[in-house]
Design a protein. Structure first.
Length: 331
């Protein structure tokens, strides 16, 4: 063992002079009992080496352990305590590296889960927004359309008349309004029931729509009353042509529930600006002309004239759709 007197440990301060007795080796550090821990809660390191701090990374621990192993490999006089210390460093570095790997995998799993939840939350939010938008659109549609026929109701007709009048006034055009009523609809409703009456109203609505342009508006005013708005007409005769088409469209019977039902129309026509310069006046005069059509035998149309507003013209009473009572004889 020629190297016994010349070996040195890593970090030693020098060698004892030859011929003089070598200093006795330092007493080995006490071995910790199994399960003993240092001040930071880490296992105590055997052999008196530096304590492994909780904040040390696995790479740092592994590097220290490898340095210890290299030192052992270079020096054959390594003590058993130093071997144990190096081994424990390697074990601790491996354990900590495994723990960090598991923590990283757990963090990645949590990140994936959070991302999935975010995606689900985003989809749910978009779904709820779409549902709210659809619901709002449906509510808006129901507020402006007749629930039975799907036609624009009185409110939407009024809005479109306001727009049509404003546009016609700007461009010097004429607006025509036709107000109509189904003749003797009440008799059909009372004899065959409301279900048949409702189907008849839907059939009438479809025929009215088939007679006009897409730019025109067919509206159900309530009961058996309908209105047709012609936003741009060149002359009074344009509305008359459409009125004739509507009356002719009702000549064929409506097949409802095994019944062949025949109905006719009484139509009144008024124009902007000749018969009124606002929505209410135009509507009122078209309604007045319609009752004159009924007085003249039904199944015809009448164009409003100022003489129709003269006193003595009776107005209907009772349920919607009832025909007016006969006019009293002149005095």
């Amino acid at each position: 063992m020629s190297k016994m007197g010349h070996t040195h440990r890593k970090g030693a301060q020098g060698q004892a002079p030859e011929g003089k007795g070598a200093a006795p080796p330092p007493a080995p550090a006490p071995v910790s009992a199994p399960g003993a821990t240092g001040a930071q809660g880490e296992p105590a390191i055997l052999g008196g080496g530096p304590a492994i701090q909780g904040q040390d990374t696995a790479a740092e621990l592994l590097e220290e352990a490898l340095e210890a192993v290299e030192a052992i490999a270079e020096h054959s006089s390594t003590t058993e305590a130093e071997l144990r210390e190096a081994n424990e460093r390697l074990v601790l570095a491996n354990v900590k590296a495994q723990a960090m790997a598991e923590a990283a995998e757990q963090a990645a799993a949590q990140l994936r889960e959070a991302n999935e939840r975010l995606v689900v939350a985003t989809v749910n939010t978009q779904t709820m927004a779409d549902a709210a938008e659809t619901s709002a659109a449906q509510m808006s549609y129901l507020a402006e359309h007749d629930f039975l026929t799907g036609l624009p109701n009185r409110s939407l007709l009024t809005d479109r008349m306001i727009q049509a009048i404003a546009l016609a006034e700007r461009h010097g055009k004429t607006v025509a309004l036709m107000y109509m009523d189904l003749d003797h609809f009440k008799d059909i409703n009372d004899s065959l029931g409301h279900a048949v009456g409702d189907q008849l109203l839907k059939s009438v609505a479809a025929r009215l729509q088939a007679c006009v342009r897409h730019s025109d508006t067919v509206s159900r005013q309530g009961g058996d009353e309908f209105a047709v708005l012609l936003p741009e007409v060149e002359a009074e005769n344009d509305a008359i042509i459409i009125a004739q088409k509507l009356i002719e469209a009702m000549t064929a019977p409506h097949l409802i529930g095994g019944h062949q039902l025949q109905v006719t129309l009484s139509i009144g026509i008024s124009h902007f600006p000749d018969d009124g310069r606002d929505v209410d006046t135009v509507l009122k005069h078209a309604d007045t002309a319609m009752y004159h059509a009924k007085q003249l035998g039904r199944n015809n149309f009448q164009v409003f004239t100022p003489g129709m507003n003269l006193p003595g013209i009776p107005r209907p009473t009772g349920e919607p759709g009832a025909d007016p009572a006969p006019a009293p004889p002149p005095a």
